[in-house]
Design a protein around this ligand. Structure first.
Ligand code: ZN
Length: 626
């Protein structure tokens, strides 16, 4: 027997509505073999509330259009990385459009698993079908299974209907804490132009990634704007009259609103740091007769190693801040523009792998500089010459966060290693951050603690540190290794290579990963070289022809004479990078750009007056504090 039907009336007990409610319902218990038979229940519905499962959001888009459904509000169970499944710009667009038209809301459960299937299908004639059973919306579950459903048909607003609606509402409160596309829809509402809308959709889908602040990075203009604002907010300016507030760096603190101290031991009071940045006023300097202090390059302000802190906020457009203690428990926050070549040092300091010594703040030709001394231990580099070395290509990518590979003694690619799960984790974390900060900006911080963004970025940072440590360990397992990276200075210039490059440069904290690999390699005495990155991801490592990537993870060689055909795309890229070093294309443009370069191999290994195995290196970090 496939089906049972019955008519249930609640009107027989009008004096006991607390038990039976009002209205009547038709009851139907049925076995359903085809997904389409099940979906027929939804045909022409005015509105559907549901708690269920569907493997992709596309299925729901299809349902809405093919079954002529007015609107659908669905809580999806077991939906880890659901947003990850929106990979097509076109799908994202229709999802956004449906959402903006209030036709589709997809609520995602977080952590808790929902296995229930409940549907409330409101028809245009004001009848409502209340459905429960085993049937979900996914295709998979219909291939091998027969589902059973119970349908109660009643009128909208009867107590039975209201009860079921309340039941669904409780699910939504208890299980759901974000809705699919929410961050994107809000971001789109703020977009100024169709192009920007397009960018933001591409970005969300993952076809246009940017690092720094996800919000700021939505387009380059926003980044520039932010820079300007941040500079204004915390700029140290010469003319105290123009300042909102003055700080004395010199002997006449009574003339200042606040004074800078040169502390020896400063307790680190936990000031709300974000607030401190937001509210930091323009700071003027008090002129003094006997000493001009900061306005005179000869009399810089010195800080002991206790006096000053570097702070790193990868989520902001300006990533590095210098925190100067002054006035007991306040800090002056200055956005700093570090020399890109010194990023390795900053990463090392930030990770506690280098220690900060004395620092000086001074002005030269209208620009403020902060010199920081930093120390770290490095191992001596082996004496192997360039052609004795094994080149390990390091590819930073999207599908795989980092991929390394090298060629064995016979020239065959060997021991490829991919950090693919980590790539996925970072994408998820960034998406979570993006959605949550949007919510925070729009709705206040009811459900999201203020430290949320920092937590997410700390997780990303920890993961980066683990991966870069493992990359260096990989190199240590190879005889006479040299790590070969793509040259970031070329990368910066090659923005017009197109979207792909752009995406790689911004999307993956490219500079951050490179800097961490560099300083960790130097610590172990492993040389790092850079090569021109042009087409490393598009050329075939076997024949050199430019091929294409039918899928993100696959490289296809189009040369008929080439044996290769298809190859893992990231590994192909890594081998190309290694080969460029081997073919002598290596250069150290990135390294020699700045005199202070921490990665300048010569400077790091040259000192003769060193202890036995570990050399102590000192470098001056020239950091602009503007
Ligand atoms: Zn080929």
């Amino acid at each position: 027997m496939d089906e049972v039907t019955a008519n249930i009336s609640f009107d027989k007990y009008p004096d006991m509505p607390e038990f039976y409610g009002s209205g009547a319902a038709k009851y139907r218990l049925a076995m359903v073999k085809d997904r389409s038979d099940f979906l027929d229940l939804f045909e022409g519905a005015r509105h559907v509330d549901a708690v269920t499962y569907a493997e992709t959001p596309e299925l729901m888009v299809k349902m809405l259009t093919e079954y002529d459904i007015g609107s659908l509000d669905v809580l999806i169970g077991n939906s880890d990385d659901y947003a990850e499944r929106v990979n097509e710009v076109a799908t994202a667009k229709s999802l956004v459009q449906l959402r903006q038209d209030d036709r589709l809301t997809i609520r995602l459960k977080n952590q808790k698993t929902v296995h229930s299937k409940i549907y409330r299908i409101v028809m245009p004639d004001e009848t409502v079908k209340l459905v429960h059973g085993s049937a979900n919306l996914s295709r998979n579950s219909w291939e091998y299974h027969t589902n059973q459903i119970a349908v109660l048909t009643t009128e909208v607003g009867t107590e039975l209907d209201a009860e079921l609606k309340r039941f669904i509402d409780e699910y939504r409160e208890g299980y759901s804490d974000q809705t699919l596309m929410e961050g994107l829809v809000e971001a789109l509402e703020e977009a100024d132009s169709p192009e920007e809308r397009e960018n933001r959709i591409e970005y969300w889908v993952g076809a246009g990634d940017l690092d720094v602040s996800d919000t700021a990075a939505l387009n380059q203009d926003a980044v520039e704007d932010l820079k300007e604002i941040a500079d204004q907010v915390t700029a140290v300016i010469d003319d105290p009259d123009e300042a909102d507030e003055t700080v004395a760096f010199v002997e006449e603190p009574e003339k200042a609103d606040r004074s800078v101290v040169e502390p020896s031991d400063v307790d680190e009071p936990e000031v709300e740091r974000a607030d401190a940045v937001d509210e930091a006023p323009d700071v003027g300097l008090v002129e003094s007769d006997n000493e001009t202090g900061l306005t005179d390059g000869n009399h810089p302000v010195r800080f002991t190693n206790e006096g000053l802190r570097l702070d790193h906020k990868p989520e902001n457009a300006i990533e590095w801040y210098v925190k100067i203690p002054h006035h007991e428990d306040y800090h002056l926050w200055i956005p700093a523009q570090p020399n890109p070549e010194q990023r390795g040092w900053l990463e090392a300091l930030n990770a506690g792998d280098a220690t900060m010594g004395e620092s000086r703040l001074f002005e030269r030709d209208g620009t403020w500089y902060l010199h920081v001394t930093a120390t770290r231990n490095v191992e001596e580099r082996s004496e192997a010459s360039a052609d004795e070395r094994t080149a390990i290509g390091v590819d930073i990518g999207e599908a795989s966060l980092v991929t390394v590979c090298h060629r064995d003694d016979h020239g065959s690619p060997t021991a490829p290693k991919l950090w693919a799960d980590e790539g996925k984790t970072v994408r998820q974390l960034r998406k979570t951050y993006f959605t949550a900060t949007r919510r925070l900006q729009t709705h206040g911080s009811e459900h999201i603690p203020e430290s949320f963004g920092e937590d997410v970025w700390n997780q990303i940072d920890d993961l980066f540190h683990r991966v870069t440590r493992e990359v260096v360990e990989y190199a240590e397992s190879v005889e006479n290794p040299v790590l070969v990276l793509e040259d970031l200075t070329y990368m910066r210039e090659s923005m017009d290579y197109g979207e792909y490059m752009n995406r790689r440069l911004h999307g993956w904290g490219f500079a951050k990963l490179h800097a961490q690999i560099r300083y960790k390699a130097v610590e172990k005495g492993i040389p790092v070289e850079t090569v021109n990155p042009r087409n490393t991801s598009r050329e075939c490592h076997a024949c050199g022809e430019v091929g294409y990537r039918p899928k993100q993870a696959t490289f296809t060689c189009t040369n008929d004479a080439c044996w290769m055909g298809e190859y893992q795309a990231d590994v192909n890229g890594a081998i190309n990078i290694a080969d460029r070093y081997l073919s002598g294309e290596s250069h150290s443009r990135e390294d020699t750009d700045g005199d202070d370069s921490a990665e300048d191999g010569g400077r790091l290994t040259a000192p003769q007056d060193t202890q036995a195995d570990a050399e102590t290196q000192q470098e001056t970090l020239g950091t602009y504090a503007s």
